[in-house]
Design a protein around this ligand. Structure first.
Ligand code: FES
Length: 76
């Protein structure tokens, strides 16, 4: 299933980015694909996939509003 229609990456590719590529935030997933969100509709889903995978948070992820990466990194 496509996660991002703007860039054409799939759920499987996001999962690989997280599990094998070490992407620990939504921003890291987009970096993995050498892109940035365009319309942004996929961002909550990518963020949920990262959270569900229990990936370790990336420093300075830049996920934006509602991101808990920094909280997780600092143990809050
Ligand atoms: S669907 Fe991913 S940026 Fe538009």
């Amino acid at each position: 299933m496509y996660v991002c229609l703007c860039h054409g990456f799939t759920e499987r590719q996001v999962k690989t980015a997280i599990e094998d590529g070490g992407a620990g935030s939504a921003a890291a997933v987009y970096r993995h694909f050498s892109c940035a969100p365009r319309c942004g509709k996929c961002v909550p889903y990518v963020r949920d996939m990262v959270k569900a995978a229990g990936a370790p948070p990336s420093a300075g992820c830049g996920c934006g509003e509602g991101c808990t990466c920094q909280d997780a990194a600092s143990g809050r």
